[in-house]
Design a protein around this ligand. Structure first.
Ligand SMILES: CC(C)(COP(=O)(O)OP(=O)(O)OC[C@H]1O[C@@H](n2cnc3c(N)ncnc32)[C@H](O)[C@@H]1OP(=O)(O)O)[C@@H](O)C(=O)NCCC(=O)NCCS
Length: 144
Protein backbone atom coordinates (compact mmCIF):
# COMPACT_ATOMS: atom_id res chain seq x y z
CA UNK A 1 0.00 0.00 0.00
CA UNK A 2 2.90 2.32 0.74
CA UNK A 3 4.20 1.81 -2.79
CA UNK A 4 0.77 2.53 -4.29
CA UNK A 5 0.19 5.57 -2.06
CA UNK A 6 3.60 6.92 -3.13
CA UNK A 7 2.90 6.45 -6.85
CA UNK A 8 2.20 10.01 -8.02
CA UNK A 9 0.29 8.86 -11.12
CA UNK A 10 -2.47 7.24 -9.00
CA UNK A 11 -5.38 9.26 -7.59
CA UNK A 12 -6.39 8.58 -3.95
CA UNK A 13 -9.67 7.03 -5.15
CA UNK A 14 -7.69 4.58 -7.34
CA UNK A 15 -5.49 3.64 -4.39
CA UNK A 16 -8.63 2.93 -2.33
CA UNK A 17 -9.91 0.56 -5.02
CA UNK A 18 -6.48 -1.10 -5.23
CA UNK A 19 -6.59 -1.70 -1.48
CA UNK A 20 -10.03 -3.34 -1.76
CA UNK A 21 -8.69 -5.57 -4.54
CA UNK A 22 -5.65 -6.58 -2.45
CA UNK A 23 -7.91 -7.40 0.51
CA UNK A 24 -10.21 -9.45 -1.67
CA UNK A 25 -7.20 -11.34 -3.08
CA UNK A 26 -5.71 -11.98 0.40
CA UNK A 27 -9.09 -13.18 1.70
CA UNK A 28 -9.48 -15.63 -1.16
CA UNK A 29 -6.36 -15.94 -3.35
CA UNK A 30 -7.83 -18.58 -5.67
CA UNK A 31 -11.40 -17.29 -5.89
CA UNK A 32 -11.22 -13.50 -5.93
CA UNK A 33 -10.63 -13.22 -9.70
CA UNK A 34 -7.40 -11.33 -9.02
CA UNK A 35 -3.80 -12.44 -8.83
CA UNK A 36 -1.02 -10.29 -7.46
CA UNK A 37 2.75 -10.35 -7.83
CA UNK A 38 5.20 -8.19 -5.97
CA UNK A 39 8.86 -7.64 -6.75
CA UNK A 40 10.99 -7.74 -3.61
CA UNK A 41 14.44 -6.17 -3.39
CA UNK A 42 16.40 -6.35 -0.12
CA UNK A 43 13.21 -7.28 1.79
CA UNK A 44 11.23 -4.31 0.55
CA UNK A 45 8.51 -4.21 -2.08
CA UNK A 46 9.76 -2.47 -5.22
CA UNK A 47 7.01 -3.41 -7.64
CA UNK A 48 3.40 -4.55 -7.79
CA UNK A 49 1.23 -6.10 -10.49
CA UNK A 50 -2.41 -7.20 -10.33
CA UNK A 51 -4.03 -9.24 -13.10
CA UNK A 52 -6.89 -11.67 -13.59
CA UNK A 53 -9.20 -13.41 -16.05
CA UNK A 54 -11.66 -10.99 -17.63
CA UNK A 55 -15.16 -12.00 -16.48
CA UNK A 56 -17.52 -13.38 -19.16
CA UNK A 57 -14.77 -13.90 -21.77
CA UNK A 58 -13.11 -17.04 -23.12
CA UNK A 59 -9.44 -16.86 -22.13
CA UNK A 60 -9.04 -13.09 -22.16
CA UNK A 61 -7.12 -11.65 -19.22
CA UNK A 62 -6.67 -8.17 -17.83
CA UNK A 63 -3.58 -6.59 -16.35
CA UNK A 64 -5.33 -4.19 -13.97
CA UNK A 65 -2.48 -2.42 -12.20
CA UNK A 66 1.27 -2.15 -12.32
CA UNK A 67 3.54 0.13 -10.32
CA UNK A 68 7.25 0.29 -9.60
CA UNK A 69 8.59 2.51 -6.82
CA UNK A 70 9.80 5.80 -8.31
CA UNK A 71 13.43 5.32 -7.31
CA UNK A 72 13.60 1.82 -8.86
CA UNK A 73 12.02 2.63 -12.22
CA UNK A 74 13.96 1.93 -15.40
CA UNK A 75 15.81 -1.06 -13.98
CA UNK A 76 13.73 -3.85 -15.52
CA UNK A 77 11.31 -4.53 -12.64
CA UNK A 78 8.17 -3.54 -14.57
CA UNK A 79 9.03 -5.69 -17.58
CA UNK A 80 9.93 -8.62 -15.29
CA UNK A 81 6.51 -8.34 -13.60
CA UNK A 82 4.71 -8.23 -16.98
CA UNK A 83 6.67 -11.31 -18.17
CA UNK A 84 5.82 -13.18 -14.94
CA UNK A 85 2.11 -12.41 -15.38
CA UNK A 86 2.16 -13.41 -19.07
CA UNK A 87 3.85 -16.71 -18.14
CA UNK A 88 1.06 -17.51 -15.66
CA UNK A 89 -1.61 -16.42 -18.14
CA UNK A 90 -0.11 -18.76 -20.78
CA UNK A 91 -0.16 -21.62 -18.24
CA UNK A 92 -3.86 -20.89 -17.75
CA UNK A 93 -4.36 -21.02 -21.57
CA UNK A 94 -5.01 -17.28 -21.85
CA UNK A 95 -4.86 -15.98 -25.40
CA UNK A 96 -5.41 -12.23 -25.12
CA UNK A 97 -4.18 -9.72 -22.54
CA UNK A 98 -5.87 -6.32 -22.17
CA UNK A 99 -4.54 -3.23 -20.44
CA UNK A 100 -6.52 -0.03 -19.96
CA UNK A 101 -4.89 3.26 -19.15
CA UNK A 102 -5.33 7.01 -19.24
CA UNK A 103 -4.32 9.42 -21.99
CA UNK A 104 -3.06 12.16 -19.63
CA UNK A 105 0.59 13.26 -20.00
CA UNK A 106 1.43 11.55 -16.67
CA UNK A 107 0.98 8.20 -18.44
CA UNK A 108 3.07 8.91 -21.56
CA UNK A 109 6.09 6.97 -20.25
CA UNK A 110 3.79 4.18 -19.11
CA UNK A 111 2.32 3.85 -22.60
CA UNK A 112 5.84 3.73 -24.10
CA UNK A 113 6.61 1.01 -21.58
CA UNK A 114 3.56 -1.07 -22.64
CA UNK A 115 4.38 -0.64 -26.34
CA UNK A 116 7.94 -1.79 -25.56
CA UNK A 117 6.48 -4.88 -23.84
CA UNK A 118 4.73 -5.79 -27.13
CA UNK A 119 1.27 -4.32 -26.44
CA UNK A 120 -0.63 -2.67 -29.28
CA UNK A 121 -3.00 0.28 -28.87
CA UNK A 122 -6.38 -0.86 -30.17
CA UNK A 123 -8.97 1.59 -28.87
CA UNK A 124 -9.54 5.01 -27.36
CA UNK A 125 -12.71 6.18 -25.63
CA UNK A 126 -12.63 9.99 -25.60
CA UNK A 127 -13.37 11.76 -22.29
CA UNK A 128 -13.91 8.44 -20.49
CA UNK A 129 -12.23 9.18 -17.13
CA UNK A 130 -13.00 12.91 -17.25
CA UNK A 131 -13.27 15.65 -19.89
CA UNK A 132 -10.00 15.46 -21.83
CA UNK A 133 -8.88 12.20 -20.17
CA UNK A 134 -9.47 9.35 -22.62
CA UNK A 135 -9.41 5.64 -21.87
CA UNK A 136 -6.73 3.86 -23.96
CA UNK A 137 -7.00 0.13 -24.50
CA UNK A 138 -3.94 -1.93 -25.34
CA UNK A 139 -3.81 -5.62 -26.16
CA UNK A 140 -1.33 -8.43 -26.72
CA UNK A 141 -2.10 -11.78 -28.34
CA UNK A 142 -0.04 -14.38 -26.52
CA UNK A 143 1.99 -16.73 -28.69
CA UNK A 144 2.61 -20.35 -27.69
C1 LIG B 1 5.26 1.83 -16.04
C2 LIG B 1 6.18 1.21 -14.99
C3 LIG B 1 5.44 0.10 -14.27
C4 LIG B 1 7.42 0.64 -15.69
O1 LIG B 1 8.21 -0.05 -14.75
P1 LIG B 1 9.82 0.00 -14.84
O2 LIG B 1 10.35 -0.98 -13.87
O3 LIG B 1 10.27 1.40 -14.72
O4 LIG B 1 10.06 -0.50 -16.34
P2 LIG B 1 11.35 -1.28 -16.88
O5 LIG B 1 12.57 -0.81 -16.18
O6 LIG B 1 11.07 -2.73 -16.90
O7 LIG B 1 11.38 -0.70 -18.35
C5 LIG B 1 11.08 -1.45 -19.48
C6 LIG B 1 11.25 -0.55 -20.69
O8 LIG B 1 10.41 0.62 -20.64
C7 LIG B 1 11.22 1.82 -20.62
N1 LIG B 1 10.72 2.69 -19.55
C8 LIG B 1 9.97 2.35 -18.50
N2 LIG B 1 9.70 3.41 -17.72
C9 LIG B 1 10.32 4.44 -18.27
C10 LIG B 1 10.45 5.79 -17.91
N3 LIG B 1 9.84 6.31 -16.84
N4 LIG B 1 11.17 6.57 -18.70
C11 LIG B 1 11.77 6.08 -19.79
N5 LIG B 1 11.69 4.79 -20.18
C12 LIG B 1 10.98 4.00 -19.43
C13 LIG B 1 12.60 1.37 -20.27
O9 LIG B 1 13.57 2.20 -20.90
C14 LIG B 1 12.67 -0.03 -20.80
O10 LIG B 1 12.99 -0.04 -22.16
P3 LIG B 1 14.16 -0.99 -22.70
O11 LIG B 1 13.76 -2.40 -22.29
O12 LIG B 1 14.15 -0.75 -24.15
O13 LIG B 1 15.38 -0.53 -21.96
C15 LIG B 1 6.66 2.28 -13.95
O14 LIG B 1 7.28 3.33 -14.64
C16 LIG B 1 5.55 2.85 -13.09
O15 LIG B 1 5.32 2.37 -11.98
N6 LIG B 1 4.84 3.91 -13.53
C17 LIG B 1 3.83 4.58 -12.73
C18 LIG B 1 2.60 3.76 -12.50
C19 LIG B 1 1.84 3.49 -13.75
O16 LIG B 1 1.80 4.29 -14.68
N7 LIG B 1 1.20 2.31 -13.81
C20 LIG B 1 0.42 1.88 -14.95
C21 LIG B 1 -0.98 2.30 -14.89
S1 LIG B 1 -1.98 1.17 -13.97
Amino acid sequence: MQLLRNTPEFKPSEVTVAEEVIESYLDNPEGSGYYIFVAVIASSIAGYLCYGPTPLTENTWDIYWIAVSAEKRGSGIGSALIKAAEKEIRHAKGRLVIIETSSTPAYEETIRFYLGCGYEMIARIPDFYSAGDDKLVLQKRLSY
